[in-house]
Design a protein around this ligand. Structure first.
Ligand SMILES: CC(C)(COP(=O)(O)OP(=O)(O)OC[C@H]1O[C@@H](n2cnc3c(N)ncnc32)[C@H](O)[C@@H]1OP(=O)(O)O)[C@@H](O)C(=O)NCCC(=O)NCCS
Length: 236
């Protein structure tokens, strides 16, 4: 099946996109991603509120990053948005000297502290793994930050089309491409030339954790992923 692929241009396109993102990462549930888009509270209002907060944060991050490109896949029969990917084509080293953002979507306290620690560990492991491949030291590099497809439309080629869009842009610009792969994404990324260095695992704790810390630690750790990189297209 062939989906319509286009780059997102208007803020109004993001609400549907974030709804599909939530459903995609709920099937199967990705507890680690929940830390970055938490549903604070219970019931349908809490989920809608989380989608609203995520939408405005995603729009803000997109608009404040000139290298950010969201691309979506549309089912040509129903016009439904079935999936999307966030590609970032950096024109300068995105890591050196840049502080990690504080996870302010959590209120002050253990939720924020725990998620900030997770982010720190993931970033550190990515750097350690990829120094060897030079992926993080190349000035120009692209990052597949996120890719998802609604469960009703999986294994029909939408993920591949979202990948093809990004890797062709990376090739045009002779950029290394990078992704942190989940178990679900790894096989797809390999088909587009991404290579995993090794599986890495984030796991940590603290002394005298409170109830929230204990709950988050139990549902989201240990967290394993594969830092993957794709070499730039050779000159000539
Ligand atoms: C990963 C994901 C984006 C794949 O999207 P998709 O539209 O189903 O992918 P495609 O149909 O283009 O798959 C192309 C090929 O990739 C491989 N592939 C895709 N999903 C796979 C899976 N879950 N397990 C193993 N191989 C998979 C297969 O070889 C597939 O070809 P086939 O269907 O002919 O066997 C989708 O499963 C998803 O959204 N998962 C939840 C969110 C997530 O984990 N995203 C990745 C974060 S790193």
């Amino acid at each position: 099946m062939s989906f319509r692929i286009s780059e997102i241009v208007s803020d109004s396109e993001f609400h549907e996109l974030v709804e599909v993102e939530f459903i995609s990462f709920e099937h199967p549930r990705n507890a680690f991603r929940d830390l970055f888009y938490p549903i604070l509270g219970t019931g349908p209002d809490a989920r809608q509120q989380a989608i609203k907060e995520a939408t405005s944060r995603i729009i803000h991050n997109h608009r404040s990053n000139p290298f950010s490109h969201w691309v979506k896949a549309i089912d040509p029969h129903s016009d439904r948005l079935v999936g999307a990917a966030l590609w970032i084509f950096f024109e300068s080293d995105p890591y050196t000297g840049k502080p990690l953002p504080e996870c302010t979507w959590w209120p002050q306290g253990e939720g924020r502290e725990f998620t900030t620690r997770c982010l720190m560990h993931v970033s550190k492991m990515r750097l350690l793994c990829c120094r060897g491949t030079k992926a993080v030291t190349d000035e120009d590099q692209s990052d597949l930050n996120l890719c998802f497809v609604h469960p009703d439309f999986r294994r029909q080629g939408a993920g591949s089309q979202l990948l093809a869009w990004g890797v062709s842009k990376a090739d045009e610009q002779k950029m290394v491409a990078y992704v942190d792969a989940s178990g679900d994404g790894k096989a797809l990324y390999e088909q587009f030339g991404f290579v995993a260095s090794k599986q890495v695992t984030v796991n940590f704790t603290k002394d005298n954790p409170g109830e929230l810390w204990k709950r988050l630690e139990k549902i989201s750790l240990p967290h394993s992923f594969w830092p993957m990189s794709r070499p730039k297209l050779a000159e000539g």
